[in-house]
Every structure is written in structure tokens, then in C-alpha cells.
Design a protein around this ligand. Structure first.
Ligand SMILES: Cc1cc2nc3c(=O)[nH]c(=O)nc-3n(C[C@H](O)[C@H](O)[C@H](O)COP(=O)(O)O)c2cc1C
Length: 335
């Protein structure tokens, strides 16, 4: 599918990930199961298994399934998940080929443990100083994710991060994420120096995604402007913004934040406990939407890219469509 003349634009990402197309289906808690990751691998792209807060035995089963099919894949570890330390230790001992650190940022020691297990390490960078720090810690590649993305997000938009980081750190492969859902955009990002891209929302909509039909139907109808980022009400309770479709669940999250702030002010809980309650809320709310189809009270985490996706298609069709459009774009530019 990739024309010989255009291979040079895709090559760095292909070499790093060891797949045909350097398109990463980013981890999505409850959604990126071994089934979806396998479908992505079968389509020639690169899937990431979401460890979320999975019990270790289930995570091991998922990892072994993927190792059994001989595909390239990564495991996504959430540094703020209660199971994180044991996840890291176990995943390192299972010798998975790639580890993605998400949530907050890993410590240097944790990057070292991952690398010593033989895994290649990808770290998120949501601004330039974090990018610099992750490279210094030994990250093999960066996921440069802008605030248009779905789920937990940083403050800086993809377009600014491209200029701040992509243009300045040629020493590591950079995969750009947030708001991407067309092959045309992928072609232009490769021309700007990206090794590839990471997408989430488009794969949550895929036929093989385990999301409840009601969840996918809500995504199908959604406009880009409906995927909004949650505010932080008080510096006493710092929360990472989450981008999701607005529904009753978003209002409930607002009320939860206010209740927690009041408890903090009364000295009834610590800041750490309050932040833990916030993350527990998101994991539960996302599960309600994804698995139970509760699109009113559950969390509909989605990137603004939701406005670019109108249907649910098989993963293979999505990947082939993106690559074909990127290739047409190169040709259209006379490349
Ligand atoms: C429903 C949902 C759940 C997500 N969960 C995770 C997660 O568990 N870990 C992670 O690193 N990123 C998570 N993300 C972010 C995606 O991996 C990806 O980086 C992001 O969706 C890219 O933006 P896009 O949705 O505009 O393509 C999630 C995104 C969505 C939409």
C-alpha cells in the first residue's frame, strides 16, 4: 500500500515499531483489550494494550494472548493507578516488546526497569520541558499528545506542541497524537518530521472495539465541539483535565469535585485521597459507558476528532483508508 517513492516518510516509524504502518492505536482503558490490539496488528498497524487497573492475573492472560500471536504490541501502564508498581514489575518480567508510560510521568528508575527488561519505552510529552526530561530519562520515543485528544489531557494544543517539540527533538522518534482522524493529516505530519501518529477515538469506534453499541452511536452523532475538557475548580485540588462528551456524568463529576474540595477544606480527607477519589470516579464512569452503555451517567471520553468520524468500520478498513489517503496526499503534492 505504501508507494516506494514515499517509503522514506514512513520508514522511521516502521523501523521503530516493527510494523507495516506506523499508526498507533493508543491505549484506552476498558477498550484496548487483546482483541482490539490483535485486530490492529492484523491490519499492519500497532496496538497498545491498556493495563488500566486490571488485576495482575487478567493482565498476564491478555499479555500472553498477544505474545502467543507473535504480534508487535505495547502495554500501557498508568503511573497513577493503584496497581502501577506491581504492574511495572510484572510486565517487565513478562518481557513485553514495548512499554508506554501514561497517567503522570514515570521516574527515571521506572524507565530504567522497563528498558532493562528489553522493552522499548514510549513516554507521553504534553509540553517541551516534559519532552526534554523524558528523553534525558532514556525514553526511546515520545508520544506528543495535544489537548484536543480524548481522555486525560495536558494543556497545550497539538499545533503548538509540533512547533515546540517535534521541530526541536530530532534525536528520538515522535508520534503525534490528539485530533487526528484523516490520512491527509497523517501525510502532513510525516512531512513535518513525525515518525507516525497515535489515535484513540477512531479506534474506539471500530467494529472490533468492545464499546457498547450505545457508546458508539453517541460518538457517531457527536460534533467536535461537544468533546469538552473538564475544569479544575480549586488549586487546593489539582485534577488532570479529561476530555469527554458532555452529559449528566460531566455534571456529576463537577459536583464530586466540589464535595471533595469542601471535605479538604474541613480537613476530612487529604489531597492525595481526594485525587484518588477523582481517578476512581473516572475509571468507574468510563466502564459504565463502555461496558454497560450508560451514555447519560457514564464517561464518554472522546477527542475532538470525534467530529471527524461518522461511522463504525472494521479496523482493517480504517487503517487501509488512512494509509491510502496519506499516499494520495503525497502524490497530490507531487512527491
Ligand atoms: C475512551 C478513551 C480512553 C483512553 N484511555 C487511555 C488510557 O488508558 N491510557 C492512555 O495512555 N491514553 C488513553 N487515552 C488516550 C488515547 O490513547 C489517545 O492518545 C487519544 O485518544 C488520542 O486522541 P484522539 O482521541 O483525538 O485520537 C484514552 C482515550 C479515549 C478516547
Amino acid at each position: 500500500m505504501i508507494g516506494k517513492k514515499h517509503l522514506k516518510y514512513w520508514q522511521r516509524g516502521r523501523d521503530f515499531l516493527g510494523v507495516e504502518y506506523p499508526l498507533i492505536a493508543g491505549a484506552m482503558t476498558w477498550i484496548s483489550t487483546s482483541g482490539l490490539v490483535r485486530a490492529v496488528a492484523d491490519a499492519g498497524a500497532f496496538g497498545v494494550l491498556a493495563a488500566g487497573n486490571m488485576p495482575a492475573d487478567l493482565l498476564e492472560k491478555e499479555v500472553r494472548t498477544l505474545q502467543g500471536c507473535g504480534c508487535r504490541f505495547a502495554v500501557n501502564l498508568i503511573t497513577i493507578a493503584p496497581n502501577y508498581s506491581s504492574h511495572l514489575e510484572k510486565v517487565a518480567s513478562w518481557r513485553v516488546p514495548y512499554i508506554v508510560f501514561a497517567g503522570s510521568f514515570p521516574r527515571q528508575e521506572e524507565v530504567r526497569i522497563a528498558k532493562e527488561s528489553g522493552a522499548k519505552v514510549l513516554c507521553f510529552a504534553s509540553n517541551d520541558s516534559i519532552a526534554e526530561r523524558m528523553i534525558a530519562y532514556g525514553a526511546d520515543a515520545l508520544i506528543l499528545e495535544g489537548s484536543e485528544a480524548g481522555g486525560h489531557i495536558g494543556h497545550v494544543s497539538t499545533i503548538v506542541l509540533i512547533q515546540q517539540v517535534l521541530f526541536h527533538y530530532p534525536q528520538v522518534p515522535v508520534f503525534v497524537a490528539g485530533g487526528i482522524a484523516t490520512g491527509r493529516m497523517i501525510a502532513h505530519l510525516l512531512l513535518m518530521g513525525a515518525a507516525g501518529v497515535q489515535m484513540g477515538t477512531i479506534f474506539a469506534m471500530a467494529e472490533e472495539s468492545p464499546c457498547h453499541p450505545a457508546f458508539k452511536e453517541r460518538f457517531r452523532k457527536a460534533r467536535a465541539r461537544e468533546a469538552f475538557a473538564t475544569p479544575q475548580y480549586s488549586s487546593a485540588l489539582p485534577v488532570v483535565a479529561v476530555r469527554a462528551l458532555k452529559n449528566k456524568g460531566s455534571e456529576e463529576f463537577g459536583r464530586l469535585q466540589l464535595e471533595l474540595i469542601q471535605k479538604l477544606e474541613r480537613g476530612e480527607i487529604s489531597r492525595i485521597q481526594a485525587q484518588y477519589e477523582v481517578e476512581k470516579y473516572w475509571v468507574g464512569a468510563l466502564r459504565r459507558a463502555v461496558q454497560d452503555g450508560d451514555v447519560e451517567h457514564g464517561s464518554l471520553m472522546a477527542g475532538q476528532s470525534v467530529g471527524l468520524i461518522q461511522d463504525s468500520r472494521p479496523v482493517k478498513e480504517i487503517v487501509n483508508g488512512l494509509v491510502a489517503e496519506a499516499e494520495e496526499t503525497f502524490s497530490g503534492l507531487g512527491l
